[in-house]
Design a binder for this molecule. Structure first.
Ligand SMILES: [Zn+2]
Length: 315
């Protein structure tokens, strides 16, 4: 091609410039070759000016698609041989972060896409492995979290969620009974008739839920909670004996809920958002992956890379 795109499309500035554009139709890709025109550079390690270039190492970064074609930036990165600090140090480039094989705008686009669709879908669209997308996400979520300031936080809410697929009667036990499906109602009726431990556990759980749903007076709540603790302690169900001890240990704080009116509705809302993403993704292979998605979707991180498709005045 005669007319080369301007360097601004890649975040290029002198001494870097585009030297060739190679359209490889069988590969469905366009390769942009960029080169550093300088013969001497400042040392990236100690900053000493005007140092000779030791050698150049070929590197490739995947950039945003050009129309339907994948796009790559190819460059030979100079290593500066410094007479001041005696190190040979590779220069950093303005269009990518060290160690990444994506351009910065491509990483920003990947992060934006992962907020709207499962990682596996993004990987297919970009034409790379899931692992590479996860690595980009983890890097940017970690960076964004490190920049957050939680000094003004006064209250925290706690809820639990699950990483993997698989729900059945366990899900029905956790779910509010008014939202049960016909099949779950049938299962629960069978469980109640069976006299199984599961059914006793369900009655205990329902009783505790009712205290939360119906009680508005702190004194009444404390009386009912103490009665529930006594029942759970004698239930011959180890998890409920443990729970009753926990409720007793934190009784004062729990009763405070009935005084202040604070609830865990907010964290439950976040939980629903995480579970919906998990369902779309058909489960997560690791807890670490789900944690990354939870932060990405729910944490309102203010320092993620900016979606390159948004207009400049939008956030
Ligand atoms: Zn140096």
């Amino acid at each position: 091609m005669r007319c080369l795109p301007r360097g601004g499309a890649y975040g290029l500035s002198p001494p870097w410039s585009v030297t060739s554009v190679d359209f490889r139709q069988p590969e469905g890709a366009i390769h942009f070759e960029v080169d550093c025109m300088a013969k001497r550079l400042p040392c990236p390690s100690c900053g000493a000016a005007d140092q000779p270039i030791h050698d150049r190492i070929a590197r490739r970064w995947q950039h945003l698609h050009f129309f339907q074609f994948r796009a790559f930036i190819d460059a030979r990165l100079p290593r500066v041989a410094c007479s001041a600090c005696s190190k040979a140090t590779q220069v950093e480039v303005s269009w990518a972060r060290p160690g990444s094989r994506f351009s910065l705008v491509m990483e920003a686009f990947v992060v934006a896409m992962c907020q709207a669709m499962p990682v596996a879908h993004v990987a297919r669209l970009v034409g790379v492995s899931d692992d590479r997308i996860w690595r980009v996400l983890k890097h940017h979520v970690d960076q964004a979290r490190a920049k957050e300031d939680h000094a003004a936080v006064r209250r925290i809410g706690v809820d639990e969620t699950s990483t993997r697929r698989g729900k059945g009667s366990r899900w029905a036990l956790l779910k509010n009974s008014v939202n049960w499906t016909r099949k779950q109602i049938d299962t629960m009726h069978w469980l109640q008739r069976s006299g199984l431990k599961t059914a006793r556990a369900w009655r205990l759980k329902e009783a505790l839920c009712r205290i939360y749903q119906q009680c508005t007076d702190p004194a009444e709540a404390e009386r009912l909670l103490r009665r529930w603790i006594s029942w759970a302690r004698r239930s011959r169900l180890t998890p409920f004996k443990v729970l009753s001890a926990t409720v007793r240990a934190h009784l004062e704080g729990i009763v405070e809920h009935f005084r202040s009116g604070l609830s865990n509705g907010f964290v439950e809302g976040m939980n629903s958002q995480i579970q919906a993403a998990k369902a779309r993704a058909k489960g997560y292979a690791t807890t670490a992956n789900m944690t990354v998605i939870a932060y990405l979707l729910c944490a309102k991180l203010r320092h993620l890379p900016r979606n390159p498709w948004l207009p400049h005045h939008a956030s």
